[in-house]
Design a protein around this ligand. Structure first.
Ligand SMILES: Cc1ncc(COP(=O)(O)O)c(C=O)c1O
Length: 452
């Protein structure tokens, strides 16, 4: 870690970590961020899977300039705006089957909070107020506000706030690298997990459960872990059988990151509610959205007529203009084709570089959403001692080499387990992929050499 500097001590911001001297980001262009000292960093993580178009995209900036000159803000209890309507039309036109409306928010946690409350209100409107349980998965991340934290499965973040969290129930994630038994096919493993969900529902009583919540590809907590084949189809079928809503959290893995606009397209299913954020606005403005099936909108519209939930900045015109421009550029420039092409190349290069690395147990992911799992021993899959904070060292070594990646720790039990997540902008080319892999290789070598 960088030594604590005078500037760090003098800041009036409660930064993510006190005592850590963050470089000052001064400008950004394309895949590169530059700090105030002129040092450049390739943004191979898009921040946290946010900057899907990279930095300073001229079309997005032009759309935002035009919007702010016209109208910066109008409160949604008084007005709708053309740009918010156009974005909703756009999102619905490209949404999974059955999705007809959107609810705007300003980020991922807000989208999840809205999902939990709308799911509950749906059943209240329908005369099923006994439905009160939420089921989610261990080793997941759904956001940091109290409801999102409650359903999430990051123990180290939940523990200090446990007395404040609503009751939630957790089942196993689809985590093939550690969860599948040697005598199981991936499909049989998926069946076993679906059976576990079914057993949890039976324990709680099917007519008492509101929703099952899952990330189609587990992002920050596990490092880009896709489900095994067939798992989500079984989950969808189980939810339908019990009248339980399926809430998909595509805050990180959605909006093109895995090569299709929505990650669930590759699972062949459609959710009842879906949270999107990050890549929606690409970092140009804070925006998230909750996409909902018609039956949910209809229950509210035909019932009380109002979702009991709102925020001051929902549907902010500037944020909507940014998101609309981001989505139009992705389509105009056929960037999802580039996500698939460069994603395949990145995956191949990572496997070449780390496939036999003594301290990399697994390389996985989809599209431009790839992860490495770091282990002290490949055969036993033994994680590194958490006190080494290997993930933090990888980040530091990468930053020193002009590379931004997104490592996390504590993925196994809240303490041990180190991953590195990559989520570069969709505008990336093969030469940049090569540089990312080269710098990441050096960073992982340097960090693991210190730790082993
Ligand atoms: C899957 C997922 N859900 C929700 C969130 C929370 O989003 P935000 O940080 O915008 O509140 C995140 C953030 O990383 C996420 O990865």
């Amino acid at each position: 870690m960088r030594a604590m500097s005078k500037t760090a001590l003098m800041t009036h911001i409660l930064h993510r970590q006190t005592g850590h001297a963050y470089p000052t980001a001064a400008s950004g262009r394309g895949v590169t961020l530059r700090d105030a000292d002129g040092k450049e960093y390739i943004d191979a993580s898009g921040g946290a899977a946010v900057s899907c178009l990279g930095h300073g995209h001229p079309d997005v900036l032009a759309a935002m300039h035009a919007q702010i000159d016209r109208l910066a803000y109008a409160h949604t209890s008084f007005f709708t705006t053309q740009v918010a309507e156009e974005l909703a039309d756009d999102l619905v036109a490209h949404a999974p089957n059955g999705i007809g409306h959107v609810f705007y928010v300003s980020g991922g946690s807000e989208a999840i909070e809205a999902a939990l409350k709308l799911a509950r209100q749906y059943f209240v409107e329908r005369g099923e107020p006994q439905r009160r349980y939420l089921i989610a998965r261990r080793q997941s991340y759904h956001g940091i506000t109290l409801g999102a934290l409650a359903i999430g499965g990051r123990e180290w973040q939940r523990a200090p706030f446990a007395p404040l969290l609503i009751e939630t129930h957790h089942v196993s994630p689809a985590y093939e690298y550690r969860g599948r038994r040697a005598d199981e096919t991936p499909e049989a493993y998926g069946e076993r997990l679906a059976d576990e969900l079914e057993a949890k529902i039976a324990e709680l009583g099917g007519s008492n459960v509101i929703a099952f919540v899952a990330e189609p590809i587990v992002g920050a907590t596990l490092g880009a872990v896709p489900a095994v084949p067939g798992y989500f189809k079984r989950v969808r079928e189980i939810c339908d059988r019990h009248g339980i809503l399926l809430i998909l959290d595509e805050v990180m893995c959605g909006m093109g990151r895995t090569g299709t606009l929505h990650a669930c397209e590759q699972e062949g299913i459609s959710p009842d509610l879906m949270a999107i954020a990050k890549g929606l606005g690409g970092g140009y403005a804070p925006i998230g959205a909750l996409l909902m099936r018609d039956k949910i909108f209809d229950a509210v519209a035909g019932g009380s007529g109002a979702f009991q939930h709102s925020h001051t900045y929902m549907g902010h015109p500037l944020a909507c203009s940014a998101a609309l421009a981001v989505q139009r550029v992705i389509r105009r420039d056929d960037l999802l084709a580039n996500v698939r092409q460069q994603g395949a190349y990145l995956s191949r290069r990572l496997k070449e570089r780390f496939g036999n690395h003594p301290f990399v147990g697994d390389v996985r992911g989809r599209g431009l959403f790839q992860g490495l799992e770091l282990v002290a021993d490949r055969d036993s899959k033994q994680p590194f001692d958490p006190s080494l904070k290997l993930h933090a060292h990888v980040k530091h070594e990468a930053m020193a080499r002009g590379l931004m990646v997104y490592p996390t720790g504590g993925s196994l039990d809240g303490a041990s387990g180190d991953n590195v997540l990559l989520a570069p902008p969709f505008i990336i080319d093969a030469a940049v992929v090569d540089t990312i892999v080269e710098r990441l290789g050096e960073a992982v070598d340097a960090a693991t050499a210190q730790a082993s």
